[in-house]
Design a protein around this ligand. Structure first.
Ligand SMILES: NC(=O)c1ccc[n+]([C@@H]2O[C@H](COP(=O)([O-])OP(=O)(O)OC[C@H]3O[C@@H](n4cnc5c(N)ncnc54)[C@H](O)[C@@H]3O)[C@@H](O)[C@H]2O)c1
Length: 396
């Protein structure tokens, strides 16, 4: 018997447009789902590019009429893959039209827009999801399972860094360097992911940002002649004219968590030698975990309950289909997976939730992503005002 389907409208057809379209194409081939996504409409701003994208990825329709597409009664899920300054407009429109909504991270460029989204989600009948895709990397999901099973014990330290090095002075002033569009630079782009991972793995919440430092190393960049072709900045070309970059290239902060754990975070686009080093280490009294996305099929685990002379880091290849999260849907042991699989795993879980099932590990919704946004905002205020900021000072 044919399975139930849900028509999807995806807004944005560049980098995330490609990862989400790929997930939609693959998900039902690898997962046994209660609900199958149908690639109904792709929305963007450039009709010629959209038509090419529709053809290449197999969307049924392509349009620049965002309102018409979102309100189309045939659509069940609106997926938002646009820059941060339009997340609120696009998601609230979809929630008010009664749709389920998934949105790229960070939830928004500002706390007030994120709160409007969270409040709209509270009133809506549709469900919400946020693409914090690293939760769905099997090694990160395994770290979550270890923490829940008590293998880390009482957590003392969270040490997280997300290091990239693509943003040299020749990279044009694309939206990622404009505060009015992005909200912040490396902070909302990269710290958002590792804050979410820290909250997810530990199950703990942040109480205070004790200190923070933001730096813009490259203050002027060439004004773009053309936008990205679908990577972070790939293909964007700059003119001779220069414009001001008003976001952080790097953001570092120290924090306290409810349980008493202490945490350090660093996000930067200038960490020469690190292309996508999304790293987290968590140390508890019973054990510790270490993860680096550049080696994403491994989770390092330290079992401090073993006799001292036997203790040492175990490098677990997280590809055992019998035990490891998500991998039973993929390939035999050690036939490794990549970046795109986090998105496919997330879409599978979204379809499970919409089909009435419970996902393997929890999905972030707008309520959850607002908590990450509070941490982002507290750290920005701490950096700007050079003082500690308690999360309780911010509108909850
Ligand atoms: N989950 C992740 O790992 C990850 C990675 C990269 C980006 N992101 C997030 O995804 C979002 C998009 O980033 P990207 O890298 O895909 O950007 P991008 O520049 O590659 O693509 C943005 C797309 O949005 C479209 N767009 C912009 N404004 C629009 C509007 N007003 N109406 C309709 N379409 C509009 C553009 O035409 C383009 O197709 C951002 O929120 C970003 O933070 C998440």
């Amino acid at each position: 018997m044919a399975k139930p389907t849900i028509n999807v409208c995806l807004i944005g057809q560049k980098f995330m447009g490609r990862t989400h379209s790929n997930a939609m194409l693959k998900v039902a081939k690898f997962f046994d789902l209660p609900l199958i996504p149908v690639m109904h409409t792709i929305v963007g701003r450039n009709k010629a590019e959209l038509d090419e994208f529709r053809e290449r990825w197999g969307w049924k329709n392509a349009t620049t009429d965002l309102k018409g597409a979102v309100n189309n009664p045939e659509i069940g899920l609106v997926d938002v893959g646009t820059p941060n300054n339009v997340h609120a407009e696009h998601t609230i429109m979809a929630l008010e039209a009664g749709k389920h909504v998934s949105c790229e991270k960070p939830l928004a460029g500002s706390l007030s827009e994120a709160r409007q989204m969270r409040d709209a989600a509270r009133k809506a009948k549709g469900k919400t999801f946020v693409w914090y895709n690293y939760r769905r990397v099997p090694a990160v999901a395994l770290a979550y399972q270890f923490a829940r099973a008590g293998k880390l014990g009482r957590i003392y330290h969270v040490r997280a860094a997300y290091l990239q090095d693509w943003a040299g002075p020749d990279v044009p002033l694309i939206w990622r360097f404009q505060k009015s569009v992005a909200g912040s630079g490396s902070h909302g782009d990269l710290n958002a992911h590792i804050i979410d991972m820290a909250r997810f793995i530990t199950g703990d919440e942040f109480t205070e940002i004790v200190g923070a430092l933001a730096e813009t190393f490259i203050k002027e960049r060439p004004v773009p002649e053309s936008g990205s072709k679908g990577g972070i900045a790939g293909g964007a070309s700059g003119s001779a004219k220069m414009g001001k970059s008003d976001v952080d290239d790097a953001m570092l902060f120290l924090a306290r968590m409810k349980s008493g754990a202490v945490a350090s975070f660093e996000a930067t686009r200038q960490a020469t030698g690190n292309q996508n080093a999304n790293r987290i280490e968590i140390n508890g009294d019973k054990g510790a975990i270490r993860f680096n996305f550049e080696d994403m099929n491994h989770l390092e685990f330290y079992d401090a309950t073993l006799p001292r002379k036997q203790q040492g880091w175990t490098n677990i290849m997280v590809t055992h289909g019998g035990d490891h999260p998500y991998v039973a849907n993929w390939w035999p042991d050690a036939h490794i997976i990549g970046y795109e699989h986090g998105f496919i795993n997330q879409l599978a879980d979204m379809m499970k939730v919409l089909g009435g099932k419970v996902p393997e590990v929890p999905l972030p919704d707008f309520e959850d992503a607002y908590k990450t946004q509070l941490v982002l905002e507290a750290a920005m205020q701490a950096a700007e005002q050079r003082r500690p900021v308690k999360l309780s000072e911010l509108p909850q």
